[in-house]
Unconditional design. Sequence first.
Length: 97
Amino acid sequence: MFKIYYRGYILIRLKVIGTEWEVVKRLTNLRSNNPEEDWAVTYTTPVYGGWDLVAECKFTKLQELDKIVAYIRVDDDLSNWVEETTTLVSSKPDYPK
């Protein structure tokens, strides 16, 4: 039996242009170290358009997504670099491990 995950996409607009790769480094391989949680950032990349980066994440409960978004907003460095986020959430769990 495999575990089912939801997917989320966090669109990130930067305050400080030129910090894209620093943000990517901070989010790459970010995952829970709590054995009762199962979430991770699975991919982060700079993009063109109205947003500067997109981060894909997987999680089993909505509260786990809250932890990822909160980390981006309150981490000392990230909060200085990130101006705004918008989070998109999959409508059903369909992302197998």
